[in-house]
Write a protein that binds this ligand. Structure first.
Ligand code: FAD
Length: 365
């Protein structure tokens, strides 16, 4: 039960932007629902990213359902502005969020789902898993072989260059995080970025791009590259597996700043990283910009497909009635894990969650 002995209509697990967008629609439908979130306050996932981070999506696309982002439509909010907006959003729409609750287990019992955390138990007819796809860092196993003298951080732990030691820095991974962090650390330390970009947005990032290029990018990400189109289905596995194309910081910016771009790191020899051609890099700090993996280890394997999402369409689990997913990478569209994409997916899910009355009669039958 949810502490009051009642069964909820819907339990949303995760109160980042995906969970809050979902909450907006559940509230509009007057459902009895609750959002459980591991962090201490709304917006924490953004607050804890590196200090200089700004979102790459213009403010006109950063609003959640029902409330445009309060800034110049062509500007790019800072990560703290986005966090403050999420906090405001949860209050403005009076969304019921229990913070500081990391769900430890989720399973199905007869006609309902049961979630447990901190010795408490919640029961619900429907569950939406909105725990984000950037919560669990991915670091290659060979990182463990680096000499203890090398300071190692994952991009999720990196805040600013003051955390680093004096001397050369290796940034591993040439996605957007790697490029942006590599450029930042190059202002105070010799820096190398290892990896191969998976393409670059062919326009300079800024207000002009926000006005003319982003509408096209948004259209492609929401409507063309989806699991509903042949091209989307074809490119989905590659887009899921690789980093996004470089958006703000391009390889020419790195070159201009004197950052050396080197091939992928193949392993560690005698405590230092080595490249595929055998070159050993003597560095004093390493920042792993190697991405994240989805972590569903807390969900009963019977509800999953070998640790991954079960068979689903646009977030609706096809073989588990009442189980939904929101915010995962390429859930339905290339944009599914971005602000515009997850708002649309939340609207779709809200319309698919069984109506309480129908469900009630099904249960009675
Ligand atoms: P999160 O914001 O990660 O929220 C998930 C929430 O679930 C967290 O509060 C977490 O504490 C909670 N949680 C996790 N596990 C549990 C559990 N077991 N029980 C309870 N709670 C749990 N997107 C854009 O649209 N524009 C951008 O410019 C942009 N820039 C990005 C920059 C970076 C560096 C990264 C990493 C991502 C960026 N994204 C961007 C992508 C995406 O919008 C964000 O990652 C966004 O935070 C995802 O929202 P979310 O709600 O799905 O997940």
């Amino acid at each position: 039960t949810n502490g009051t002995g009642t069964v909820l209509d819907t339990l949303v697990i995760g109160g980042g932007q995906a969970g809050l967008a979902m909450g907006y629609f559940l509230k509009a439908q007057k459902r009895k629902f609750l959002i459980l979130d591991a962090s201490q306050r709304a917006g924490e996932a953004w607050r804890q990213r590196w200090d200089s981070l700004r979102v790459f999506t213009p403010a006109k696309y950063d609003g959640l359902p029902g409330a445009p982002f309060p800034a110049d439509r062509l500007s790019f909010p800072t990560k703290d502005e986005l966090a403050d907006y999420l906090e405001w959003y949860a209050e403005e729409f009076e969304l019921p969020v229990n913070h500081g609750v990391r769900v430890e287990r989720l399973w199905r019992e007869a006609d309902r789902y049961v979630a447990t955390a901190n010795g408490h138990r919640w029961e619900a007819r429907n569950v939406v898993v909105a725990t984000g796809s950037t919560q669990t860092p991915e670091v290659p196993a060979f990182a463990a072989g680096l000499a203890p003298s090398v300071k190692q951080l994952h991009s999720s732990q990196y805040r600013n260059p003051q955390q680093l030691q004096a001397g050369p820095v290796l940034v591993v991974g040439l996605g957007n995080s790697g490029a942006e962090i590599g450029l930042e650390v190059s202002r105070t330390r010799p820096s190398l970025v290892a990896g191969k970009p998976t393409g670059e947005m062919p326009v300079k990032h800024g207000k002009t791009a926000a006005r003319y290029a982003f509408p096209i990018v948004r259209f492609l990400g929401l409507h063309v590259l989806t699991l509903g189109t042949p091209i989307g289905r074809k490119v989905a596995p590659a887009l899921k597996a690789h980093a996004e194309p470089l958006i703000r910081t391009k390889t020419k910016d790195l070159a201009a700043a004197g950052v050396r771009v080197v091939p992928r790191v193949a392993g560690v020899v005698d405590g230092m990283p080595v490249l595929a051609d055998g070159t050993r890099l003597e560095v004093s700090s390493v920042i792993w910009c190697t991405g994240f993996r989805e972590d569903f280890s807390w969900i009963d394997p019977a509800l999953l497909d070998g640790g991954a999402m079960p068979r689903q369409w646009r977030g609706v689990a096809l073989d588990c009635r009442g189980l939904f997913f929101l915010g995962q990478r390429f859930l339905y569209a290339e944009a599914s894990d971005t602000l515009p994409g997850l708002s649309r997916d939340a609207r779709y899910l809200a319309a698919k969650i069984p109506a309480p009355a129908v469900l009630g009669s099904a249960v009675a039958a």
